[in-house]
Design a protein around this ligand. Structure first.
Ligand code: BEZ
Length: 170
């Protein structure tokens, strides 16, 4: 990790693509998607990772920021915004409806945490959330390749991964 005054930038993720064997879920366990294909089909995309559906930081600040700044992100060429969490697909689907994401943010479930573990973006959140969860992160991808990676220094904070920061970085 390279620490700069404004960002915590994860250099080991840059230039990587998602593992082609990784699978995520959308509205149900049967509704599967291959992230390498989903993000590979967008010229520019953002994937945020969050510690948990319905948690205050994720529900009140993190995801709503991407909805609030959706038009500006689109104007900067972002074609796809995804949100992944180590939760089951039914919870992610219900959370997306609660947040009224519509088709602005694609809610992605990683029920076993394999996707985030593969990216070394998991952490032990058992004290608060009962198990391993996703660190809070934001990745910028171009044609499926990670070009920028921001990871909250304390795993769950709300700073470098916010939409306001990504807007400056695009
Ligand atoms: C949150 O509010 O985002 C949060 C709460 C507990 C654990 C992790 C994250």
């Amino acid at each position: 990790m390279l620490r700069a005054s404004r960002v915590l930038f994860s250099s080991n993720l840059v230039s990587k693509s998602f593992n082609s064997a990784s699978v995520l879920q959308r509205s149900s366990p049967a509704d599967t998607v291959i992230p390498a294909e989903l993000f590979g089909s967008a010229k520019k995309a953002i994937l945020i990772g969050v510690p948990g559906a319905f948690t205050p930081g994720c529900s009140k600040t993190h995801v709503p920021g991407y909805l609030k700044h959706y038009d500006e992100l689109k104007n900067k060429g972002v074609e796809l915004i995804g949100c992944v969490s180590v939760n089951d697909a039914f919870v992610m689907d219900a959370w997306g409806k609660d947040l009224k994401v519509g088709d602005k943010v694609t809610m992605l479930a990683d029920p076993q945490g394999k996707f985030v573990k593969d990216l070394e973006l998991d952490f032990d959140a058992s004290a608060a959330l009962g198990g391993y969860r996703s660190k809070r992160f934001a990745l910028v991808l171009e044609n499926g390749k990670i070009t920028k990676a921001f990871v909250e220094p304390n795993n769950t904070g709300l700073s470098v991964t916010l939409a306001e920061n990504l807007l400056k970085e695009l």
